[in-house]
Design a protein around this ligand. Structure first.
Ligand code: SF4
Length: 256
């Protein structure tokens, strides 16, 4: 069963990749709102459930402030405040202002806490989104394949998307980004899906080399996915891919 986040602020949870992570969900609490429809999405398929609205900037600021104050009073600030949740956070119309509020709260209440944004990178062509992502500690952007056809199979973009355009925008961060890639294989809608072939991995590595991120995070399926018949990639294989990224001089983390 895939699951939706039911709150604006969720957790804290111990994350495989980020440590003790307090989540912020800018998206609806009862449905998913995303411009991708990834076959591995832990929130389920896009476009199902009751249509919802973005959580307001004011609610996010108030609820995040309350939670941070509560955690600080208990002597346990989160390692990281993570923007994730039921869809794509950067599509929020006031994303930049929300990030400004978050940084101000963090500085005032839990100054050693980092701010992370997990994004599918579809909105980084928008200047206000790019400005906001430049200010967070961990600007984590998805790149699941170097090939448009594979991205269509795995991530199913709902609007215009091209790998070339996305990579060009990623380069504008001049290294102040983390690339996150889900490796998987299996079948979906009768079609073979596999971004672990040599053709896939070597083309992806070439893009990583060009983008020059400060870090790469690779991972595979962990929980239930909306598409059935998807396979987890063995940890050893992920480590082999990671070693090839490290050989480019880029720190890489692996979550199996
Ligand atoms: S980008 Fe994230 S939230 Fe959107 S469909 Fe993919 S995994 Fe789900």
């Amino acid at each position: 069963m895939t699951a939706l986040i039911e709150d604006v602020i969720f957790g804290p949870v111990r994350s495989r990749r980020l440590g003790l992570s307090l989540g912020v969900n800018l998206l609806p609490v009862a449905s998913k709102l995303c411009n991708f429809n990834c076959i591995y999405c832990e929130c389920g398929w896009s476009g199902t459930g009751v249509p919802g609205r973005f959580n307001s900037r004011e609610d996010v600021r108030r609820l995040l402030g309350e939670k941070l104050r509560e955690m600080a009073a208990a002597g346990r600030c989160p390692d990281v405040i993570t923007f994730a949740g039921n869809g794509e956070p950067t599509t929020h119309p006031q994303f930049e202002a929300v990030i400004d509020d978050t940084i101000a709260l963090r500085d005032a209440i839990c100054p050693s806490t980092k701010v992370s944004v997990l994004s599918n990178a579809t909105m980084i062509g928008r200047e206000s989104v790019r400005r906001a992502l430049e200010r967070v500690d961990n600007n984590i952007l998805k790149l699941d394949s170097a090939f448009d056809d594979t991205v269509r199979l795995i991530d199913d973009p709902q609007g215009a998307y091209s790998v070339a355009g996305t990579v060009a925008n990623m380069k504008l961060f001049e290294g102040r980004l983390i690339i996150q890639t889900m490796f998987l294989r299996g079948e979906c809608n009768g079609q073979r899906v596999d971004n672990t072939t040599e053709t896939e991995v070597s083309a992806w590595l070439e893009l990583v080399r060009q983008i020059e991120p400060r870090q790469v995070m690779i991972y595979t399926i962990d929980r239930d996915t909306p598409a059935e018949n998807l396979e987890k990639v063995p940890l050893e294989e992920l480590r082999t891919i990671a070693a090839r990224v490290e050989a480019l001089g880029i720190t890489t983390t692996v979550a199996g």
